[in-house]
Every structure is written in C-alpha cells, then in structure tokens.
Design a protein around this ligand. Structure first.
Ligand SMILES: [Fe+2]
Ligand SMILES: [Fe+2]
Length: 305
C-alpha cells in the first residue's frame, strides 16, 4: 500500500523530524492545553531552555499542519483510509498495538498508553456509571493514532494529532497559530475562504470535512464496521480535537440540532480526557473484563482498519 502525502516544501526528513517531536505534540496537542513540564532538578535556566525548545517544536508542528491540511488533502485521505484495507483486528488488539508504539516513543509518560486510555474511561465511569457507551468511547477515542505506524502509512504527526478544524471554508481566527494558514493554498482560494465556503448555515457537521487526523480515522473505522455506539459516542470520537468549536465556540453556525445535543457530551468528555493526564494508576487486568464486555456489546469481534 502506498500513500502519497503532499509535502512540497519539506521533503523526506519530515516524518523522522516530527517523530522526534512526538512527546511535545502528545502532551500539548492532544488535550489541547499545555501540560506543565516539571523539572525535578529545579534548574530555572534549563527549564527556560526546554520550554523555548518545546514551543519551537509545537509551532513548527502547527506550521506543517496548517500549510498541508487542504480540502483536497482531506478528501484523498478519507478515500484512502475509507477503504479499510490495512489490517483486521479487534478493538482490544488495537489498544495493545497503540500501547507498544507510544510506550517506545514517549519517555515522558511512565505508564503504557493503555493505562492512559483506561484512566479516562474509569474516571468517566465513576461519575457516569450508567453511560457505558461513554466508557467505551473513552477507551477507543485515540486508537486512530495507529496512523503513525508503518502498517498504516506511517503518517507524519501533522496528519495524525493536533487540533482539528473544518476545511472548505474560512479558517477561524481562534485556531492556534492561525497565521500559518496564509501558506495554505485554500487560504487564497475563493471557493474555500468565505465564512461558509462549500457549506451552508446549519448543514450539520456530518456534511463538513475536518482536517485529517486520528479522530476522523477512528470515526470511519467505527462507523464502517457498524458499531452500535450512539451518535453522541461517534461525535465524541470524531470531534474531540475540534477545540475551535468546544473551547472557543467557533463554527457553531455549521451545527444542526443533533450536533448541538452531542456537543454537550463532548464538553463533558473533554474534562476527563485532560484529567487522565494525571497519575492515577489503573490495574489493566482488573478492569479488562468489563471493557471486553463493552467491546462485545458495541463492536464486532474483528474490525477492518
Ligand atoms: Fe485524541
Ligand atoms: Fe485523548
């Protein structure tokens, strides 16, 4: 399988270069907020150094992301990944797969990724014991990050993580590092740079193309494999990095009534996604049977990815 990604200015070094930024991206971008880095040696100068280096990495990430996420790029990615011809595996197998990958590349997280997913799920379960669909949604919401693996096209970070936003209409000013959109070809394309662009008021997010990343990919996987998760679960999976909407209230004019209802759940979910960055340990083996039963309830035994 070959996936061609447009990288007109940055060439072959891009994937490697961005892999090195993985920790910074993960900590800062996925939750959408900066998680403070604590230097246990208490060295201020070094703190400052690390901080400015990290900011540079984040800024470079967003430059790459904003320049390359065009309407055409998203369409091609959705076509390619919509084929679901990469691999067949269960949800739990994918949790374990993600586990291996993140563990290797993320020395800042001293727990395996699966614990990280389960922390979010367990925190929600504690406060919303009856919403079992939301527990499972939390478990699977980041599984799309396998896009970063060789078997899945080994996409660069800017096409996997980070805040997401609509393409095909004007990029809202509230999107972080908005200035880099000026280098995106869509920015000066009259078909795509007006308030509504190719969309219309209240058209519903289902009709809107979002910048490509792990969110939309996992949504496609869940949907095409006929999950029975409710629409709010799919909404959370698909838009959990759409910070311009759920943090800044941008693009609300694209929502339909169902989106507005689902947005309430997304805002609840988001608090727990951030909370899970804390150090609450989860005993994987102990909670595994519960999550396996949820997987069985809402997903087929094997899914096409
Ligand atoms: Fe995520
Ligand atoms: Fe997450």
């Amino acid at each position: 399988m070959t996936i061609i990604i447009e990288q007109p200015q940055f060439g072959i070094g891009v994937v490697e270069e961005n892999k090195n930024l993985y920790n910074e991206q993960e900590l800062v971008l996925d939750g959408g907020f900066v998680v403070p880095h604590i230097n246990t040696f208490g060295n201020n100068f070094r703190d400052y150094d690390a901080e400015s280096e990290r900011q540079e990495g984040v800024e470079n990430f967003y430059r790459m992301n904003h320049v390359h996420q065009t309407y055409d790029f998203v369409k091609r990615m959705r076509e390619e990944y919509g084929k679901l011809d990469k691999v067949e595996m269960s949800i739990w197998e994918c949790c374990e797969l993600l586990n291996e990958v993140i563990d290797e590349s993320d020395p800042d997280l001293d727990e395996p990724q699966i614990e990280h997913l389960l922390q979010t799920a367990e925190a929600i379960r504690k406060d919303y014991p009856n919403e079992d669909w939301l527990h499972l949604t939390a478990l699977v919401h980041d599984l799309g990050k396998v896009l970063n693996l060789p078997g899945f096209g080994e996409l660069p970070q800017w096409a996997v993580v980070g805040d997401t936003y609509p393409v095909g209409c004007a990029f809202d000013k509230s999107i972080v590092h908005h200035k880099y959109f000026k280098e995106n070809p869509d920015y000066s394309n009259p078909a795509y740079n007006s308030k509504f662009g190719v969309y219309s008021e209240g058209c519903g997010l289902d009709n809107v193309l979002m910048s490509w990343g792990h969110d939309d990919y996992m949504y496609l996987v869940a949907k095409e494999n006929n999950t029975t998760l409710p629409s709010a679960g799919l909404f959370v999976i698909r838009y959990h990095s759409f910070y311009a909407l759920h943090r800044s209230g941008a693009y609300e004019y694209l929502l339909n009534d169902e989106d507005k209802e689902n947005l309430k759940w997304l805002k609840i979910f988001n608090k727990y996604d951030l909370y899970s960055k804390s150090k609450v340990r989860v005993n994987v083996e102990q909670v595994k049977p519960y999550y396996l039963s949820l997987i069985e309830k809402y997903f087929p035994a094997k899914l096409r990815w």
